[in-house]
Every structure is written in C-alpha cells, then in structure tokens.
Design a protein around this ligand. Structure first.
Ligand code: CAA
Length: 379
C-alpha cells in the first residue's frame, strides 16, 4: 500500500487546482444564478485536456489513469460542481464507453473530437419511467435493415443541449428484456431529434439538463455500439466507472465546503475569540476532516482497482455511496459553521450544499448503490 500521490498525480492536482481557482471561481455564483455555463470555460476545459483525460493519445486523449481523473474531478468540484459534471459525463460515460466498446470507425468519427473537447457528449439512459429501473426502456430502436428508427423520450440528460453527440439506449427486441437494448450514437441536428425543456434545478445549475425527444429518427446501423443487444451491458459497464467520477465529485464538494468552513472558523470571532476555539466548532471540523479523508481513500481505492484491471464494481459503488453522504452532511455542517453567512450566496457553501444533493441521486441513487454492493457481496 502506498498512500502517496506520484509526481504525475501531484502535477494533475496542481493543474486542476490552478484552473479551478483562476478560471472557475470568478463568476461561479453568477453562472449558478444564470443557469448557464460559459462556452469559453468549456473551451478551456478542452484545451487543458480535462475533457478526454483517460482517452488513449492515439485518439487525442491524455492517456491518464483513473486516479488522475478522480484527482482532477475532486479539485474542480471544490469550486464548481457544474463544471465537473460536464467533465465527468464526457470523460467517463461518453469517451470511456466509446473507447471500450466502440469500433475503430466510431472512434475516428467521434472519440477523437470528444477527447479534444471540440464537441461534447451526453449519455442517454434515463426516461420518464426508467430511472433506477433502467432495464425498463420505452424508447424504441426498430430494426429497418440498414438503419434503426428511433422513437421515444429521454429525461434529465446532462449536457442535454451543450452536447453534439448522444449515446442513446433504446429497446430493439422488447421480448428479450434488457438483452434487447442497443446503444446508438445520435448526432444533434438529425431529422426528428429535438432537445426539450431545460430543467430548473436545485444544484449544479450551470450545467444544462434537458429532456430529449426522438421522433422517427433514422440512425444508421454503423452507429450502433457493439454487437446487437449490447446496449444494457454497455450502460452498466460504463456507469460502473462513471460512479468513480461522481464519487470524486462528491468528495470535492465536501472538501471544498470543509476548506471554506476551516478558513471562516479562524477569521470569525464570537464571545471574544475565533469560533475555531469553541469546541463545538472544532468537533464539527474534526468530524468533517475525518469523514472526508475516509471518502478520499474509498474513491482512490476504486480508481486504483480500475487502473490495475481488477474488479471495481463494488468499490465504485461503495465510494459513491459513502462520498455522496459525506458531501451532503459536510456541506450542511459547513453552512452551520458559517451561521447566517452560510445561508447567503456570497459565501459559496449554500451552493455546495445544493450541489451535493444530486450526488446521492445521479448515476444510480444511494439505494441502487446499496443494491449493487449487496449483489456483489454474494458473488
Ligand atoms: N455492472 C455490470 N453488469 C451489471 C451491473 C453492473 N453494475 N448491474 C447489472 N448488470 C447486468 C446483470 O449482470 C444482468 O446481465 P445478464 O442478464 O447478462 O446477467 C443485467 O445487467 C441486468 O441486471 P439485473 O437482472 O440485475 O437487472 P435489475 O433490473 O434487477 O437491476 C440495476 C439493474 C442494477 C438496478 C440497473 O437498472 C441500474 O444500475 N439502475 C440504475 C441506473 C442508473 O445508474 N442510472 C443513472 C442514469 S445516467 C446519469 O445519471 C448520468 C448523468 O446525467 C450524470
């Protein structure tokens, strides 16, 4: 066991920290209010290599490991969780999925541009009636010979309008259940494909979340990922890694709130001394630091297992389950340490508290993570 970061990991950490402080921090409150991510920041994310971190250099990516990716997500999430979810979906659900399961032609046509940040991707699994129950897909991809006819609706799609490329899960053989699902690559602008309403969210408000409608969209057969019926396996396999990204996001949100609370507790005085000198506040910060460190170990362990080619499904689910609970708890405590200031936007912790909640929901709710862990226990 080596608990130290390598020099490469430290360099990634510093680069992500600098980017978050210099580029993301100014304007983060305004972006949250406006519910809009700045396109020039998206461009910066791409230019700095944060949108295709784990993609092989052969396809224009950074060729980095999952630990580096988790470290970068953590640092960026300390400041701006909207930026990190854009990054997380593009890196782990779209690029990683395409590189692992896509064919050479698909990689050349899509992955290279996605990895460079020239275009952004979205992962489209959830439906009005298929959230946790993801096998219950009502979007239909009817086999028409050399193309699929796609019909249906997707909900809560991150990067819904920012994206240009969409990985869409759809049912081709309803009688086969989840084994009849395919994953199709759909491009924005194709006839019959429209982006629906933008959700007005509690948190991660600068990232755009939309419903998507498909009405008789013709998707060429060469845009199916993997063999016929691989779609659900593709989605599950991709989400297993994606959950490490969301766990790292939760960790970053928690750590960001903790760092703000620690600094504030040393500045703010009450009863004639900095509030840090009150034991009630010390205990809060000690508990926060301890739980955040435990979450970090779980996140890094899951990432390391994945990098070593070992089984990581359970570790990823545990990391997400625990880190998201720590994020919700630690951000609430950080608001409490800030008192009245914590309740206003200027001090950032209220935003982090709102941002934390989604980490217990997307890429599998906490309840689904427990189900995944419990099933793995029996293996
Ligand atoms: N890894 C790999 N394979 C898995 C898997 C996993 N974690 N979980 C299930 N599978 C496989 C099973 O082995 C099975 O395959 P076979 O039939 O070949 O054996 C198949 O998937 C179906 O599994 P189950 O029979 O266990 O199906 P189920 O309906 O009982 O449970 C589920 C499935 C685990 C609950 C699944 O539906 C699930 O993960 N739900 C949560 C969905 C989710 O995470 N959604 C997030 C949306 S994306 C998002 O949030 C992105 C964003 O915008 C940020």
């Amino acid at each position: 066991m080596d608990f130290n970061l390598s020099e490469e990991h430290e360099a990634v950490q510093q680069a992500a920290r600098d980017f978050a402080q210099n580029d993301l921090l100014p304007g983060v409150i305004e972006r949250d209010n406006a519910q809009k991510f700045d396109p020039t920041l998206l461009q910066r994310l791409g230019d700095l290599g944060f949108l295709g971190m784990m993609v092989s250099p052969e396809y224009g990516g950074g060729g980095m490991d999952t630990v580096s990716y988790a470290i970068a997500i953590e640092e960026i999430s300390k400041i701006d969780a909207s930026a990190s979810v854009i990054m997380s979906v593009n890196n782990s659900l779209v690029c990683w999925g395409l590189e692992k399961y896509g064919n050479e032609d698909q990689k050349q046509r899509y992955l290279t541009r996605l990895a460079a940040g020239e275009i952004i991707g979205a992962f489209c699994l959830s439906e009005p009636e298929a959230g946790s129950d993801a096998t219950s897909q009502h979007t239909i991809a009817e086999d028409k010979g050399d193309y699929y006819l796609l019909n249906g609706t997707k909900n809560w799609i991150t990067n819904g309008n920012t994206a240009s490329v969409y990985l869409v899960m759809a049912q081709t053989y309803p009688e086969k259940g989840h084994r009849g699902i395919n994953c199709l690559i759909v491009e924005k602008g194709w006839e019959g494909f429209s982006v629906g309403k933008k959700e007005d969210k509690m948190g991660i408000r600068a990232s755009d979340t939309h419903s998507l409608m498909f009405s008789d969209v013709k998707v060429p057969k060469e845009n199916r990922i993997g063999e016929d019926g691989l779609g659900f396996k593709f989605a599950m396999g991709t989400l297993n890694g994606g959950r490490i990204g969301i766990a790292a996001q939760a960790l970053g949100i928690a750590a960001g709130a903790y760092e703000l609370a620690l600094a504030y507790a040393q500045e703010r005085k009450s009863f004639g001394k900095p509030i840090f000198e009150h034991q009630a506040v010390q205990f809060k910060l000690a508990d926060m630091a301890t739980r955040i460190e435990a979450a970090r170990l779980l996140v890094y362990k899951a990432a390391r297992l994945k990098d070593e080619g070992k089984e990581y499904v359970k570790a990823a689910a545990m990391a997400k389950l625990y880190a998201s609970d720590v994020a919700m708890w630690a951000t609430t405590e950080a608001v409490q340490v800030h008192g009245g200031y914590g309740y206003v936007k200027e001090y950032h912790v209220e935003r982090l508290m709102r941002d934390a909640k989604i980490t217990q929901i997307y890429e599998g709710t906490s309840e689904i993570q427990k189900l995944v862990i419990a099933r793995e226990l029996l293996k």
